[in-house]
Design a protein around this ligand. Structure first.
Ligand code: CUA
Length: 384
């Protein structure tokens, strides 16, 4: 009785702590987990590790159980005689050699099968994406769609994506944990990866091979979209040439479609759309019509040399860019390769002093004043 109340008191004392601990284990706090697969590829790996875990659990329970049983059942007493000494037991040795061999064989079968499955190159209507690792960001090209973007790879749910990967400099490793295992990427050598997303949403990915001082800030986002959403994203990206619709000239100088240009429904429509979308993302650019900050930003983008490294063109953008493609930078959730939330404040800080936020990046401090940064942010924000 006394024991039980004591135990209860202990439980009451530790319960809040236990609840807190359990809450800390919530998978939502660890989005970068490989233990909650949402693709066929990730399931292969997860199945193997789950099977292996259960085999290991079985071995642990049996071995520890036998050990505990032996400890209590055959515990020696002070005046016991010396136990009978044995040296070798062929039967037992055969048993404890054969059982582990069988367990390893049982694990090897799905493992070898998984290796071949995950190393295969998908056929059929797989979406081709080229992945290029850079110190320290990721370039994503869609060769069949003529699109280039950076750090946020959009994929359709339910369609296999076939990734051809390489790097522009050192060895990196592409790892989207919810979708697939790590795959090293090399200069001058192509590696492949494929997976089919099962669930829409935005998920983190990470470079998984040390590649310099900002290896830790070489993350990316996987934006899995429903096929319809993905198609609209593609269609939208394909309209993003050098200048967004926002920078479209006034109505009197609209080009005709036959002249190879897209005719906007209204000159400022793109900008308004962009501003509306941006409104949900801490943007201060919401508003109508010509924005002087935008125009000033556009000039600065040229004058400060940003164009030397960054492309604003999503369609057939130049390969081998020095800095990330910024065609849809205003719509991205992060900047600095998954490192900082993309809002006007971080973007302005980045433009003024990238070296303070991510020391060692190729982008130098360009001596941009806070006023100029504001204009550049307004300009970039319109690029949705
Ligand atoms: Cu790239 Cu680590």
């Amino acid at each position: 009785m006394h024991l039980r109340t004591d135990a209860l008191r202990q439980l009451r004392r530790w319960l809040p702590m236990l609840v807190l601990l359990a809450a800390a284990c919530s998978p939502d706090r660890y989005p970068q987990t490989a233990l909650r697969p949402i693709s066929d590829f990730a399931r292969i790996g997860d199945d193997i590790q789950t099977q292996t875990f259960y085999w290991a659990l079985g071995v642990f329970v049996l071995v520890e159980g036998a050990l505990l049983y032996a400890i209590f059942r055959f515990r020696g007493k002070p005046d016991d005689p010396e136990p009978h000494q044995i040296h070798g037991n062929t039967t037992i040795e055969i048993i404890w050699t054969v059982i582990p061999a069988l367990i390893l064989a049982a694990i090897a079968v799905p493992t070898v099968r998984g290796i071949f499955q995950t190393a295969a190159i998908p056929t059929g209507d797989a979406l081709k994406i080229e992945v290029v690792g850079h110190q320290w960001w990721w370039e994503f090209r869609y060769p069949d769609l003529g699109i280039t973007t950076a750090n946020e790879v959009h994929i359709p749910v339910g369609q296999t994506v076939s990734l051809r990967m390489g790097t522009a400099d050192v060895v990196h490793s592409f790892w989207p944990p919810r979708f697939a295992g790590k795959r090293d990427v090399f200069p001058n050598r192509e590696t492949r990866l494929w997976f089919k997303a099962e669930q829409a949403g935005e998920y983190p990915g990470q470079c998984a091979e040390f590649c310099g001082i900002q290896h830790g800030r070489m993350a990316f986002r996987v934006r899995a979209q429903t096929p319809d959403d993905f198609q609209s994203w593609v269609a939208h990206m394909q309209t993003l040439t050098g200048k967004p619709a926002a920078a479209a000239p006034p109505a009197d100088s609209v080009h005709t479609a036959t002249a190879g240009a897209v005719v906007p429904a209204a000159p400022a429509q793109g900008k308004q759309d962009a501003a509306q979308r941006a409104a949900g993302k801490d943007s201060s650019t919401a508003g109508a019509a010509p924005d002087p900050a935008y125009a000033a930003g556009e000039k600065l983008f040229q004058a400060k040399g940003c164009v030397g490294c960054h492309s604003l063109n999503a369609v057939n953008a130049p390969k081998g860019m020095i800095g990330p493609n910024l065609a849809n930078v205003g719509a991205r959730t992060f900047i600095g390769a998954g490192s900082f939330r993309n809002n006007d404040e971080t973007l302005a800080r980045w433009i003024q002093n990238p070296q303070a936020m991510k020391k060692g990046v190729l982008m130098p401090n360009l001596g941009v004043t806070p006023e100029e940064a504001k204009s550049l942010v307004a300009f970039l924000r319109a690029h949705q």
